[in-house]
Design a protein around this ligand. Structure first.
Ligand code: SF4
Ligand code: SF4
Ligand code: SF4
Length: 561
């Protein structure tokens, strides 16, 4: 099952998701953005960045509802950032609301985090190489996919969610339906990979929607909750994991807290190169920590959320809980390196040439395509991850040169003037029609070559004017169209030479008139003869006269048309 999908109907092909993805895990195929699962680490940035809400996060809310409807005991593990995501509720108030949804028990995931901190504490003293925290599934995904050589540095311990789920099942029975709720999208996939522990995972945004659609009322029985100790309630803020287990005598030089995916990538790169070798690295993919998770569903600022967490931590339980006996919280991480096809240099150069980059100097490296360099983008084209025409500067210059080609080769005179009637553009057809050199008239007044009064009036009104028959210098008759472009303070004048058509129309008119005259002459002659033999022909003569007169009037009418 996919965790993030793109709704084609909502997608407007703006490619923002692609530009915002730090790992270039969004490809463009047939003009549409699509997630490349093997490369994606589920940081959720593309979901947040999509202006159309086209990136959808999978939901397991219906599975939880079904469990409730089936009468199962549903225990919710509530990520500690809930205080920041639901600032309008205290824990008992939120638990009461959740009780109204049919949740049987609510407990802070921080209860599980306490066990994780104990594990980290032991690692800190015993580990022989730098330890990278493994609480954040995005960081785990980054290491397993992009830094598989550092997999031995990942703390071999399950995340607080999995640890807590194991504790709940152990304490409440294997039949308990455990649902995790948090601000994290990657946790949804992590829970699916450990389906025997976590029956469902939902985001805080989804939980908020569920609460909004269900009026629970305050008389609902509150779900029970066990309070977590204060220090582990700091987990969702940057530096909070360290705060839960690092003793004050540890120096800042051998322990690093890093947040934000870009910063995490930088630290991992430095670790790989051997530039740094700290004892412990706390790494959270979201800037500021889980309080700023992509599905927190709360738009409050990070500092405001941080303060909420700190207040909540201060009010935490004073005592530490005893570790449950016989439970193993260790975890083995598996490499899943991204396999990338490296195209031959000749193919890369060919793609670069197709976008007008023949030398290093042509490579603008502007990043508008979503890649850091033209070369990186060319490689992605070869890998089938994006398309040639996502190069914005190339497409713009192509469009401009095409438009220019059409203007230069048009048989119609095309003149562009500004609102002061100063000529900005004067194509070769205009040069020929108005007998003026572009170099001379460009920058001069339109009135030097055309009667500009009507044009000026049309531009002033901002109204398009079409099919005006105008005679210009030299007797040329033209069809004049005026297109004001107010947003650019310009107007386009198109003149189509209709001199020949006009001449042909006049000749045709002349011919019709001559035909009518000839017909009238014949009728008159015929009438004269008819009068002479009137006695013999009687009524037949009158009918002939009527028919001939009708013919004359018909010809006259046609002549007028
Ligand atoms: S950001 Fe959203 S609308 Fe834009 S391409 Fe991506 S999915 Fe489509
Ligand atoms: S979830 Fe993150 S890694 Fe995956 S495609 Fe979106 S931005 Fe890229
Ligand atoms: S920092 Fe927290 S919310 Fe963000 S990806 Fe990691 S675990 Fe999820």
């Amino acid at each position: 099952m996919k965790t993030i999908t793109t709704q084609k109907a909502n997608c407007r092909d703006c490619h923002r998701c692609m530009r915002s993805c730090p790992l270039k895990a969004v490809g463009i195929v047939n003009g549409q953005a699509r997630l490349i699962d093997e490369k994606c680490v589920l940081c959720g940035r593309c979901v947040v960045e999509c202006p159309q809400g086209a990136k959808q996060v999978t939901s397991q809310v219906s599975a939880v509802k079904e469990a409730v409807a089936a009468g199962r005991f549903v225990a919710m593990s509530l990520a500690p950032s809930f205080v920041a995501a639901f600032p309008e509720y205290t824990l008992p108030q939120l638990a009461a609301k959740l009780g109204g949804l049919g949740i049987s028990l609510v407990e802070e995931t921080a209860v599980g985090a306490e066990e994780v901190s104990r594990f980290y504490s032991r690692l800190l003293t015993a580990a022989e190489k730098p330890v990278i925290s493994a609480c954040c599934p995005v960081v785990v995904n980054v290491v397993t996919k992009y830094y598989p050589d550092l997999i031995g540095n990942l703390a071999p311990v399950a995340s607080p969610m999995l640890v807590h789920a194991k504790m709940l099942k152990h304490r409440l029975g294997a039949d308990t339906f455990v649902v995790f709720a948090g601000p994290c999208i990657a946790k949804l996939a992590e829970s699916r990979d450990s389906a025997s522990l976590v029956d469902a995972a939902i985001t805080f945004r989804q939980l908020r929607e569920w609460l909004a659609e269900t009026a629970t009322g305050d008389n609902s029985p509150p779900a029970a909750a066990i309070s977590a100790p204060g220090p582990v309630r700091y987990y969702p803020i940057a530096g909070g994991i360290l705060k839960s287990f690092v003793r004050s005598e540890s120096t800042a030089t051998d322990i690093i807290a890093v947040d934000g995916l870009d910063n995490c990538l930088e630290v991992l790169a430095a670790l790989r190169k051997g530039e740094i070798a700290p004892r412990f690295i706390e790494a959270l993919a979201c800037s500021g920590g889980c309080i700023n998770g992509p599905a927190s569903g709360c738009a409050d600022s990070v500092p405001a959320k941080k303060l909420k967490v700190a207040e909540f931590a201060v009010a935490g339980a004073a005592r530490h809980h005893k570790s449950p006996a016989g439970l193993d919280f260790s975890r083995c991480h598996t490499q899943a390196p991204v396999q990338e096809f490296i195209p031959p240099e000749s193919r890369i150069r060919e793609v670069l040439r197709q976008t007008g980059k023949y030398s290093k100097e042509d490579e603008k490296n502007c990043g508008a395509c979503g890649f850091n360099s033209c070369r990186e983008k060319a490689v992605a084209v070869c890998q089938g991850l994006t398309e040639i025409d996502t190069c914005v500067p190339y497409m713009r210059s192509k469009a401009e040169s095409l438009a220019n080609f059409i203007v230069q080769h048009s048989l119609n005179a095309i003149i562009v003037v500004d609102s002061k009637m100063i000529v900005q553009e004067f194509n070769p057809a205009a040069e020929k029609m108005l007998n003026r050199q572009q170099a001379i008239i460009k920058g001069g007044k339109l009135s030097e070559v055309l009667d500009s009064r009507e044009i000026s009036a049309a531009i002033g009104k901002g109204e398009k004017m079409t099919d005006r028959r105008v005679t210009i210098a030299g007797g040329t008759v033209v069809n004049q169209t005026i297109i004001p472009v107010p947003e650019h303070d310009l107007a386009i004048i198109v003149l189509t030479d209709i001199t020949v058509q006009e001449k042909n129309a006049r000749e045709l008119e002349q011919m019709k008139l001559q035909t009518v005259e000839k017909a009238t002459e014949i009728i008159n002659k015929q009438m004269h003869v008819a009068q002479e033999i009137a006695g013999l022909l009687g009524e037949t003569t009158a009918e002939t006269k009527a028919a001939l007169l009708e013919l004359v009037s018909l010809l006259k009418a046609k002549g007028k048309n």
